[in-house]
Design a protein around this ligand. Structure first.
Ligand SMILES: Nc1ncnc2c1ncn2[C@@H]1O[C@H](COP(=O)(O)OP(=O)(O)O)[C@@H](O)[C@H]1O
Ligand SMILES: C=C(OP(=O)(O)O)C(=O)O
Ligand SMILES: [K+]
Ligand SMILES: [Mg+2]
Length: 584
């Protein structure tokens, strides 16, 4: 029977499980299309041009195959339905039912949404394919476009029971090119002379002319500087300055893409004098942040963070504006300053992103892997979710299979036990967004299994992170529960959590088994969806752990997600306890 270790609260005997009404039995998942391989049709040419038509208006009627959300829609008895309901999506349910606990993916997946994926069907395909977080990049698109995407994601969650979180990523004060006058790209050839100018032009742009968004550009560059587009995809040398115009000769040819990032280098070092004075959060970013708050995004990722101060500032701004819910602030580590102030930035943030795209333009490329490892490790120690981003499967923007090197890179991020992996161009404007997601999913599953089979319990030091005594107890409970879970080989850890904190402490321990996180708040549920190993459920629960467990067992058993005899460890943040039991 159940064995219980109570640390604080008095013991309550565990009675037999009462048969509470469960939700209707799970429908089949026949509606989930098998993701067969598409024909290999694209020639191996580097063009990245074919934008997919955006089918935002082609929303299909809600599919009964996936309609598992049991929050009451129309039967009248909302309170009763809410009390009996447990929110989980059909994909998680099917995985648990068919393959059992061990098979669930622990590494979370973030997809950048763009023209290739903004339609209702495409978003649903990503959610079915395992997208945990949808990212919108405010560098691109209008508020109206972003609003449509955010609302589609919300509809998907409401109608299909998903908990896909929305992350808004700020533009920041980076220097970038303008829009190329409507052209999808422009080819710069070796030796060509191009003009980079802060003047604004009418379209079409004069030939070989690029608008630059930063007014100080022409003053800051010097003849002889090297100008890098997208961190070196194309290179120029500055040969002449004429007022606002900077003439450059192409030294490394390539494709220029709209709004591509620009950095300039002098004597082998990045020039950052004046542009370092630009605010991390620009006035345009503040407008975007207001938009994000109004649209109810779950995460705001801040580009080019230099210090903890800006994170603290944004967090108090958000706290003053949304009293009823939280928006987590993710610091993007993508500059020399962010590396210098890494620990204070991560401590101040609710999570971090290893933004390798810009990071690789600011530090030598060969230093990016060690920076990644350091950031991932520090985040884990400080209990902050960490996302590894950019170019994970870059070749899949054009081709249906990844390179071996890309698979090795994804494997390494999974092996480092990062919380999440992110797709950028692969899902935003690539030709194979769903296939790229399948690759992330299958590589994650394989490497996670390999890790467990090899029993590589790494001895990472997890330092104390809490200050209050009560938090300290929670931390110790989670550390002990994870250890017990590994030693006893339990099937799952259940954690009942109001704020999500206890679930994140458990996730930090990276136990062998999945963590079922039960929370009564839909927004906490979405936020937890970024964290390693957590399967977030929405469930209303009380302070009475015994009745919570009984109800959970009967709800999950009725839907085939657990079975009698499964070994479970249960924790709660109200009643600081560890209970070990077999599902009755
Ligand atoms: N909302 C959008 N509208 C149009 N294109 C987008 C959008 N979001 C992303 N993209 C495209 O996807 C590419 C990759 O996205 P991302 O890595 O987020 O941006 P960036 O390349 O600016 O850092 C972008 O360069 C852009 O071409
Ligand atoms: C994720 C990144 O940021 P963005 O795509 O906004 O440039 C990056 O630079 O790697
Ligand atoms: K951005
Ligand atoms: Mg960046």
């Amino acid at each position: 029977m159940a064995q219980t270790v109570y640390l604080l609260a008095p013991p309550t005997p565990l009675r037999s499980v009462s048969k509470l009404p469960a939700s209707s039995p799970s429908p089949s998942i026949a509606g989930i299309r098998p993701r067969s391989l598409l024909p290999h049709s694209s020639p191996r040419l580097r063009h990245r041009l074919r934008f997919h038509a955006c089918r935002a208006s082609a929303a299909p009627p809600p599919s009964p195959d996936l309609g598992l959300l049991v929050s009451d829609n129309g039967s009248g008895n909302v309170a009763a339905a809410a009390a009996a309901a447990i929110d989980v999506d059909a994909v998680t349910e099917a995985e648990l039912k068919e393959n059992g606990f061990r098979s669930t993916r622990r590494t979370k997946l973030v997809c950048t949404i763009g023209p290739a994926t903004c339609g209702a069907e495409q978003l649903e395909a990503l959610a079915v394919g395992g997208m945990n977080v949808a990212r919108v990049n405010m560098c691109h698109g209008t508020h109206e476009w972003h609003r449509q995407v955010i609302r589609q994601v919300r509809r998907l969650n409401e109608e299909k029971g998903f908990a896909v979180a929305v992350m808004m990523d700020t533009e920041g004060s980076e220097i970038h090119m303008g829009d190329l006058g409507g052209a999808a790209s422009a080819k710069a050839e070796d030796g060509e002379i191009w003009t980079f100018s802060v003047r604004s032009f009418n379209s079409p742009l004069p030939e070989r002319t690029i608008h630059v968004n930063y007014d100080g550009f022409a003053e800051d560059v010097k003849v002889g500087d090297e100008l890098l587009v997208d961190g070196g995809m194309v290179r120029f040398e500055v040969i002449e300055k004429i007022g606002p115009d900077v003439k450059c000769r192409c030294t490394d040819p390539g494709l220029l893409l709209p709004r591509a990032n620009l950095t300039f280098w002098r004597d082998g070092s990045l020039v950052r004098e004046r542009n370092a004075m630009l605010p991390t959060i620009s006035s345009k970013d503040w407008l975007d942040i207001d938009f994000g708050i109004a649209e109810g995004v779950d995460f705001i990722a801040v580009s080019f963070v230099k210090s903890a101060e800006v994170i603290n500032h944004l967090k108090s701004y958000i706290a003053a504006r949304c009293r009823d819910r939280e928006i987590a602030v993710v610091a993007k580590i993508e500059s020399i300053d962010s590396l210098k102030n890494l620990e204070e930035i991560i401590r101040a943030s609710d999570g971090a992103m290893v933004a390798r795209g810009d990071l690789g333009a600011q530090i030598p490329l060969e230093q990016v892997p060690s920076a990644q490892q350091k950031i991932v490790k520090l985040c884990r120690q400080l209990n902050k979710p960490v996302i590894v981003a950019s170019q994970l499967l870059d070749s899949m923007i054009e081709y249906p299979t990844p390179t071996r090197a890309e698979v090795a890179d994804v494997s390494e991020a999974v092996r480092q036990r990062a919380d999440a992996l992110m797709l950028s161009g692969e899902s935003a404007m690539g030709q194979y967004p769903e296939k790229a997601l399948i690759v992330l999913r299958s590589v994650s599953l394989r490497i996670e299994r390999w890790w467990r089979e090899e029993k590589r319990h790494e001895g990472m030091e997890l330092p104390d992170i809490t200050s209050s005594f009560s938090d300290k107890i929670s931390e110790e409970i989670c550390n002990s529960a994870a250890k017990m879970a590994n030693i006893l080989g339990v099937d799952a850890v259940f954690v009942y959590t109001k704020t999500g904190h206890m679930a994140s402490l458990l996730s930090r321990c990276r136990p062998d088994c999945p963590i079922f996180a039960f929370t009564s708040s839909t927004s906490v549920r979405r936020r937890l969806n970024l964290q390693w190993g957590l399967i977030p459920f929405r469930l209303s629960f009380s302070d009475d752990m015994e009745s919570n467990l009984n109800r959970t067992f009967s709800l999950l058993k009725a839907r085939g997600m657990i079975q009698s005899g499964d070994l479970v460890i249960a924790l709660s943040d109200m009643l600081q306890s560890i209970q070990v039991m077999h599902v009755p």
